[in-house]
Ligand binder design. Structure first.
Ligand code: PLP
Length: 397
């Protein structure tokens, strides 16, 4: 019994990066900290009464089913609601196309299980969603960044990276991207779909934020482009439009792949909680037909985004750049060259504010002067105070 426990850890886990704020854990729970770090929806908008009604309904009408083991594919009622919502967004979908997941994060993880062999290449945006990098990393994927500008990935570089690396798939968040807030416009989507279909690779589209649009016209999912038929996997979630604690998402996969996703899911967690699925289906049917349901959330996020942006513009050093999102939850800030936002985190926490340093969001070649601010969690007073604290921390460097 002399081997230390660490020696038993798998190679893939040993190369796993811990979440960037973990080492600051004890300091982050203080009542005076203003957090711009997590993409946490404002709990003020959680419809706990509607959800209580939904859970009561399910337990009153069908407790045997709600509390029993269920099938891995997901509750038919919920898949029907999800198919309706995707179809309304412009992506004609049948319940049979869908598998319910425990949040879209599980969908990402299962893509790693079903599609990725160690060493397979996944192309990603630069920067991209941190927890996708971490989940794909656990499947042994090599992630390569595609050049990304203010309209998303650059099609010519996508083609160049496909030629160079022969990737299996490209993972994109085309609408209100995490972490940048950028949306790929229609013309760029068209060019990207052309490159993907011409080269016969898979698209994984992760779409948690598109319902949170506060400027401009909605765009259908990139995955709905007819050229990508049979080559696209779409992930959606109720986390940002209902509540993340409910842990309900769905994955739309080509018919040839879906049974494998169901099988991998059953191996991971048997099925997503039946009672949560049934309550979500009831809630979606009762309340989510109303296109204006999210208007108060959209209005609040728009006000918060504009408030945060204007204080950044007033107080951050000359030469600072930032994004101007039309929706979602995040502003991406670029301090002038020479700043290292990993170094900024300690002084910021001491000043009572947190954010996520840019380095966490790159699959390769991190740009350290960038960072992500989430504008969704707090009202404008706290946003103003938090940006002031952050500006003071930047000045102290
Ligand atoms: C791009 C993206 N994908 C997936 C997720 C995971 O969401 P969930 O598992 O709560 O559905 C998030 C959460 O922040 C996200 O930003």
């Amino acid at each position: 019994m002399s081997r230390p426990a660490e020696e038993f850890i798998s190679r893939r886990m040993a190369s796993h990066r811990p979440a960037p704020l973990r080492k600051y854990g004890p300091w982050l729970r203080g009542p005076n900290i203003i957090s711009f770090a997590g993409g946490l929806p404002d709990p003020e908008f959680f419809d706990h009464r509607g959800l209580r009604e939904a859970y009561d309904h399910v337990l009153d009408t069908d407790p045997g089913r709600a509390l029993q083991y269920a099938n891995g594919e997901g509750e038919p009622d919920l898949r029907e609601q999800a198919a309706r919502m995707l179809t309304e967004e412009g992506y004609a979908t049948e319940p049979a196309d869908l598998m319910i997941t425990t949040g879209s994060q599980q969908g990402i993880s299962l893509i790693g299980t079903v599609l990725i062999d160690p060493g397979d290449v996944i192309l990603v945006e630069s920067p991209t969603y941190m927890s996708a990098v971490r989940a794909f990393g656990l499947s042994g994927a090599t992630m390569i960044s595609v050049e990304t500008d203010l309209d998303g990935i650059v099609p010519d570089d996508l083609q160049a990276k496909i030629n160079q690396y022969q990737p299996k798939l490209v993972y994109l968040i085309p609408t209100f991207q995490n972490p940048t807030g950028i949306t790929i416009p229609a013309e760029r989507r068209d060019a990207i779909a052309e490159v993907i279909s011409r080269n016969d690779i898979l698209l994984v589209e992760d779409d948690p934020y598109s319902e949170l649009r506060f400027f401009g016209e909605s765009l259908p999912p990139l995955a709905s482009d007819p050229r990508l038929e049979g080559r696209a996997i779409l992930l959606s979630t109720l986390s940002k439009v209902l509540a993340p604690g409910v842990r309900i998402g769905w994955l739309r996969a080509p018919a040839a792949l879906k049974p494998l996703f169901v099988s991998a899911k059953q191996a991971a967690d048997m099925h997503t909680s039946a009672i949560d699925q049934m309550a979500a289906a009831y809630y979606a049917d009762q309340y989510m037909h109303d296109q204006h349901r999210l208007d108060p959330v959209r209005a609040a996020y728009r006000e918060r985004c504009e408030c945060m942006g204007s204080w950044i513009d007033k107080l951050f050093p000359e030469g600072t750049r930032r994004t101007y999102p039309d929706g979602g939850m995040f502003i991406w800030v670029g301090l002038p060259d020479g700043y290292d936002t990993d170094q900024l985190l300690g002084p910021a926490i001491e000043s009572g504010v947190t954010f996520l340093p840019g380095s966490s969001f790159y699959a390769d070649n991190p740009v350290r002067s960038n960072f992500r601010l989430s504008f969704c969690t707090h009202g404008t007073e706290k946003i103003e105070e938090g940006v002031k604290r952050l500006a003071a921390a930047i000045e102290s460097l």
